[in-house]
Design a protein around this ligand. Structure first.
Ligand code: ADP
Length: 473
């Protein structure tokens, strides 16, 4: 099957979070099964662009409101990534250093999506599936089915994967004129609560919706930032497929970013050696359990709870543990995490920013990974932690609930630490349990080996996506 993935992110081209990891891996594994999966995304000015060579494969233009937009599609030459990569270059709109966060993101991602559909409409054959990811690609199915110029794409099967339903790409109806001439009778397929809502539109227009974990799908019917009724109504076309991890990127035996590679047989020595490097660099004590947080510093991830939870844990448990935080996001959380450093020197440190290499070093060198998420569609961090023998401490929500079993359950099958509420009290209690586990080296070792044996690879999930596409042919 020829599968076209449309996404705003794709690792290693451009990544801001889990979306990038998934779109950088899933097509590769689909191709390994003998399919022809391709990725089309915006051309940002990221290092990848300058480190690779490209061919121009298409040039086109379209009107967006009162602007005339020219676009160029370039294709990466080597196929190094394991799939064909197409980048859409729109001068002045997409060619920026960051993926998101600009005042004109609506214009940027709308123009990207029009260019994708315009390009597909010029092909002399039709792909088997167009698979769109999150709201940045959410208008693509609507345009394929309702824009007069693209109507010949209307019968191409479309699939939406929701990686995060908190962000929906809302825009006012004044932006309706941005889309190429479309059938006004179908305005309801764009609308949600008097706005154009690209995520809602995709849910309405595609043949199948997937979320990145089964539990998250359940939660969306009760908590989805205004779309609850839509998910309830459309539940028949929705299913949850848990993300996998890319074993070529996230593998402690091969990881080039870490000081000492290790496997199940030498997990204790390997982790200790990586921990030593981290502790030295960040002024922490190698003899204490090292608890880390990696991620966006936003409410969704419970990052606002970190400053209190960390200081309370250190004070109430007499500094029996160390913390290291890597992340960026809300200014006031960043500020508190930075300000805490001087008072808690030797027990706590943080690195504000995005740092791929350090994240690998932390998964490898930490003893525990904390995820107090309020919402977690799948969560990749805990999957990486499991692979690197780092015990996840997670709130029981979304994908965290589907992938982590508490080590305390009586049948002994567990390997992580789970808590129910996103509160400082639940977090500190879980940290207390982590310290207890750390003080029993034999038990910790058993848990580590158990975690590292879990198969969270993409093979299983890739098969589920392929079965889903086949059901649409
Ligand atoms: P999100 O909701 O942010 O997409 P996921 O758990 O699905 O959350 O994916 C997060 C991905 O982003 C992981 O690969 C994680 O290691 C990475 N990540 C998040 N913040 C940072 C950071 N500051 N530096 C490096 N990697 C980060």
């Amino acid at each position: 099957m020829e599968i076209i993935h449309v996404s705003a992110e794709c690792y290693p081209v451009a990544k801001a979070g889990g979306l990038g990891d998934v779109v950088g891996a899933l097509p590769k594994y689909q191709n390994e099964l003998g399919h022809l999966a391709k990725v089309v995304m915006p051309m940002y000015k990221t290092p990848f662009l300058y480190e690779h060579e490209f061919d121009v494969v298409h040039k086109g233009s379209f009107a967006m409101g009162h602007s005339w937009i020219n676009y160029t599609i370039i294709k990466e030459k080597t196929n190094d990534l394991g799939f064909d990569l197409y980048l859409i270059d729109i001068n002045g709109l997409l060619d920026r250093q960051k993926v998101y966060g600009y005042d004109d993101d609506i214009e940027r991602f709308t123009s990207f999506q029009i260019a994708v559909v315009d390009w597909l409409s010029k092909w002399n054959h039709r792909p088997d599936v167009v698979h769109v990811h999150d709201h940045h690609a959410g208008l693509v199915p609507f345009m394929m089915q309702n824009c007069f110029a693209y109507k010949h794409l209307a019968t191409v099967p479309t699939v939406l994967t929701i990686h995060n339903a908190q962000y929906q790409g809302w825009m006012g109806w004044d932006k309706g004129s941005y889309l190429p001439a479309w059938d006004g009778n179908n305005w309801g397929k764009l609308d949600w609560k008097n706005n154009i809502n690209p995520l809602a539109s995709a849910v309405k227009c595609v043949l199948r919706v997937t979320t990145v974990s089964p539990s998250y799908l359940e939660e969306l019917r009760y908590n989805s930032n205004g779309l609850e009724a839509l998910f309830e109504y459309e539940k028949g076309k929705c299913s949850g497929i848990i993300n996998g991890i890319d074993d070529l990127v996230w593998n402690p035996e091969l990881d080039k970013y870490i000081a000492t590679q290790f496997g199940i047989d030498d997990v204790d020595e390997g982790k200790l050696s990586n921990k030593e490097v981290l502790c030295k660099e960040y002024g922490l004590d190698i003899n204490k359990p090292l608890i880390v947080f990696i991620g966006r510093l936003v409410d969704e991830k419970g990052a606002d709870l970190l400053p209190r939870a960390i200081s309370d844990a250190i004070y109430h448990m007499q500094g029996k543990m160390n913390f290291l935080v890597l992340g960026s996001g809300d200014f006031w959380v960043e500020r508190q995490l930075e300000d805490m450093k001087s008072g808690l020197m030797g027990y706590y440190n943080s690195k504000i920013g995005y740092n791929e290499k350090l994240s690998h070093q932390m998964y490898a060198g930490a003893d525990f990974l904390l995820m107090p998420s309020r919402v977690e569609p799948c969560g990749l961090n805990q999957l990486y932690a499991l692979r690197y023998g780092t015990v996840p401490i997670v709130r029981s929500t979304g994908g965290l609930k589907d992938t982590v079993i508490d080590y305390g359950i009586p049948d002994g099958s567990g390997y992580g630490i789970r808590f129910n509420d996103a509160t400082v009290g639940d977090i500190t209690y879980s940290i207390h349990r982590a310290v207890q586990l750390y003080s029993q080296p034999k038990r910790l070792d058993e848990v580590r080996v158990k975690m590292m044996q879990i198969d969270n690879s993409w093979e299983i999930s890739t098969g589920k996506y392929v079965d889903l596409y086949k059901s649409l042919q």
